[in-house]
Design a protein around this ligand. Structure first.
Ligand code: GLC
Length: 795
């Protein structure tokens, strides 16, 4: 079934049937003040940490409750409904509603009983409070009296788990106060008091634009013995002006609106973790809510649409366009900024950035905002230990030059990570390369950055040490050792086991590095020799006719041999053989074909096949999962991006696009019940053919899928491949396409590109016409570009 559509002009996903198969969500703000909001107005808010800075209570994995509720009540009839369909859930035959998820805002437009409401939720750009703006319009042709009740359920304290399970303490530390137009919540009120009476633990819900008619700060009073679909205060038509002292705090405010026929009223509710004085100041700023809200919404749109403007594509496939132009891009920014901090699946207990996750996430935004990418890249380089490895978890409080490391008890105690991963620092190579290629900023290589624990070195030095780390941890055959895991968290090959995937990553790194060290011929010779040696070893020990094996365990057991009864074929060693340039053209054709044959499903490629059931080796932690799930034979979505890229690099546009289309959220828009999660954002995995629910996807929003699929689409299918010297454009597209256009901002210049596929090919364009002049299909040096350029790529 279909529940909504993509409004590409406004960069929104519009839900027209709110009875979605899961709470389809959106992200507002940033982790400084973060908010997740669903189609049910469910979700929560937090300051800096979803687990340790929680403001709004939310029960995971239940009924998508509570939420940011706005109830409307007809004072004459007593009938009531909500500005979002839930929580009241009036029959959809009478209640017309649209939920517009946009770029960092969500708006509900609903109509019921002759009243239209527009409830807009957002966090103003760069701010640490949230706004629920409500406009109520009387369409009924007669005067109406409408009450509005806003409800926010505060946590008793910032630690989410404490709030839920340590109630012998948390229920007795908070009270609420009413201060004319807002409810203020105090926590541990008399601890650490400042001269102004605040202690830094206050939160508030306030109303601007209309007078508060009644209030309560007690959940028990608001709800009575009812639930959110019919709270007692709304049934009664007023709150009882009671306040919380112990028990469950909330902010509930009633406004009474009198609307002439055709009249409109606007109010705004503000929420945040603020002292009384700060709340006052904020509320004063919204005394003309209509104006302030319109300005803030406009600023949000200008910022986000501005970020997304740097690449615009118009292909014959709308799914591809909406994903690349808006939703995959917005998701990339979300993973970039939020890492794995908070969702409806993660509550934010991980107190930092996963090394590989973040270095990969950065890749997803380089083509849109390379300078923002660079800041985070510099940060991640500063989280490399002096010997070159990446810290498995980079604390949010990371202090470069002064950090402890997995070698130390203190680090292990704080993060729970005693081991290095084989791959973490190797992700730096493609990420640094992409940044330099996008910007031409080769000087970045000479920038000095501290290591996590001690020493300072240039970016080049950081990369050298990353190579050293791999070279100092070689396994039995001379390939990089498996260590705790490689990209696959469930693959424990052991300290001297070896991963073919990491071997290809190292091979790739050794080659990228040659371009970064041109002035050091001896080092380049070393890199060349090592690359050659490594590739020889890979070919001698890991190639089996039609596939590369996955690796060797410490005990010498081959993983991923065609002779195995389980897990005989794995995707990543094949796609990475191609991406790294390690596979010969003949090998590349064969291995990608085997991948298609053995791993492809209607919903994308499985991570490996057959799933483990009876023959897993000791380090195969994926056996914990049901077959067809996650790393145990699921369609792991992140790796679709690499398969798309690999096929595109081979000029197989048909295959590349097939993999995009099979697993793309937008492909499920009309079959949304199969996918369950949002048809506009990628999930971590899709259940594979072993599952009775093949095609169902999980772990929405915060996943590495966003960046790899973006790279697969942009560098692969669109063929936009910047290099340090300039840019190569080598699309790989379905042969059915007649062509397509795109606009890219590149190093301050504009490129308007038309791809002409009247020849109906799927790759390997034959010539360029740049600003009227014929050119071969070769890197276009940046110096050859004008301010504005017309490039025709002839396939
Ligand atoms: C999860 C992890 C990521 C890992 C992947 C495969 O997505 O966040 O770090 O690479 O699973 O195991």
């Amino acid at each position: 079934m279909q529940y909504g559509y993509f409004d590409e002009q406004h960069r929104e996903y519009v839900i027209t049937n709110p009875n979605t198969p899961a709470p389809w969500a959106n992200y507002l703000g940033s982790p400084e003040y973060g908010a997740i909001i669903t189609v049910n107005a469910g979700g929560y808010s937090f300051v800096r940490s979803g687990a340790a800075g929680r403001i709004l209570r939310y029960t995971f994995n239940q009924f998508d409750e509570p939420g940011r509720y706005l109830y409307l009540r007809d004072e004459e009839t007593g009938d009531f409904w909500s500005a979002s369909w839930a929580p009241v859930k009036k029959p959809l035959a009478e209640y017309k509603t649209e939920c517009h998820h946009g770029t960092a805002y969500t708006e509900f437009i609903s109509e019921y009983a002759g009243i239209r409401s527009r409830a807009l939720y957002y966090v103003p750009l760069g701010s640490t409070h949230e706004v629920w703006s409500l406009q109520v319009e009387n369409l009924s042709g007669r005067p109406r009296k409408i009450s509005v009740f806003a409800y926010a359920e505060f946590t008793t304290e910032s630690f989410y788990t404490q709030d839920l399970v340590n109630m012998q303490y948390t229920q007795f530390i908070t009270r609420t106060e009413f201060l004319g137009d807002y409810i203020l919540q105090h926590i541990n009120e008399y601890c650490h008091r400042n001269p102004d009476g605040s202690n830094g633990s206050e939160r508030f819900l306030g109303a601007a634009g209309a007078k508060v008619a009644s209030y309560t700060g007690r959940r028990e009073q608001f709800l009575g013995r009812k639930r959110f679909d019919a709270p007692q205060a709304v049934l009664d038509g007023a709150c009882d002006n009671s306040l919380n002292y112990n028990g469950n705090p909330c902010g509930a405010l009633q406004l009474r609106l009198e609307l002439a026929a055709g009249g409109k009223k606007h109010a705004a509710f503000l929420l945040g973790q603020k002292t009384a004085a700060e709340a006052r100041e904020l509320l004063d700023r919204y005394q003309d809510p209509e104006k302030t809200v319109a300005e803030e919404k406009e600023a949000l749109i200008r910022y986000w649409h501005g970020e997304l403007e740097n690449l615009k594509v118009q292909t014959p496939d709308d799914r591809f366009n909406v994903m690349v132009n808006t939703w995959n891009a917005f998701q990339c920014f979300t993973t970039f900024v939020w890492s794995r901090a908070a969702s409806l699946i993660y509550c934010g207990e991980r107190n930092g950035y996963g090394y590989r996750d973040t270095v990969q996430d950065i890749q997803g935004i380089i083509h849109l905002d390379p300078e923002l990418a660079r800041k985070q890249l510099t940060f991640m380089l500063s989280a490399q230990v002096h010997h070159g490895a990446g810290l498995p978890l980079v604390k949010y409080s990371h202090n470069p030059g002064h950090e402890d490391t997995p070698e130390q008890e203190s680090y292990v105690k704080e993060t729970g990570h005693p081991h290095y991963r084989a791959d973490d620092a190797l992700w730096l190579f493609p990420t640094v390369y992409k940044y330099i290629a996008e910007t031409g900023n080769l000087a970045y290589l000479d920038e000095e950055i501290p290591f996590a624990d001690r020493d300072v070195g240039t970016v080049r030095e950081h990369l050298k040490r990353a190579i050293d780390f791999s070279m100092h941890h070689l396994g039995t055959h001379g390939m990089p050792a498996g260590l705790h895991a490689d990209w696959n968290d469930c693959l424990r090959l052991g300290a001297t086991g070896e991963s073919t995937f990491v071997a290809f990553q190292l091979y790739y790194a050794l080659n990228i590095m040659q371009a970064f060290c041109r002035e050091e011929p001896e080092y380049v010779a070393y890199l060349q020799a090592e690359a050659k040696k490594l590739l020889q070893i890979i070919n001698d020990t890991c190639f089996e006719d039609d596939r590369f094996i996955r690796g060797y365990t410490e005990a010498g057991q081959i993983i991923g041999s065609k002779k195995d009864r389980e897990a005989s074929m794995w995707l990543n060693p094949q796609s990475w053989a191609v991406i790294s340039g390690g596979a010969t053209p003949e090998q590349a054709e064969i291995i990608m074909e085997t991948a298609h044959e053995k791993l492809n499903t209607p919903y994308g490629l499985e991570v490996m096949n057959p799933a483990y059931r009876f023959e897993a080796f000791d380090g195969a932690a994926m056996i914990l999962f049901n077959p067809g799930t996650k790393e145990n034979g699921g369609v792991f979505c992140q790796i679709q991006g690499w398969a798309i890229l690999a096929e595109a690099l081979l000029g197989h546009g048909g295959r590349a696009f097939e993999y995009f289309a099979e697993s793309s959220p937008a492909s499920f828009n009309e079959d949304a019940d199969r996918r369950v999660i949002e048809p506009y954002v990628h999930g971590q995995f899709i259940e594979g053919h072993d599952s009775p629910f093949a095609g169902r996807s999980h772990v929405h929003w915060l996943t590495g899928t966003a960046s790899t699929v973006m790279v697969g689409c942009v560098e692969g299918i669109l063929g936009l491949r910047p290099t340090p010297e300039g840019i190569l454009v080598k699309p790989a597209i379905p042969k059915e396409w007649d062509g397509f256009t795109m606009e890219k901002n590149f190093r301050g210049r504009k490129l308007r590109i038309t791809v002409d596929n009247t020849a109906h090919k799927e790759g390997n364009p034959v010539r360029y016409i740049l600003n009227g002049a014929e050119r071969p299909v070769e890197v276009i040096p940046a110096a050859d570009l004008l301010e504005e350029n017309e490039l025709t790529v002839i396939m």
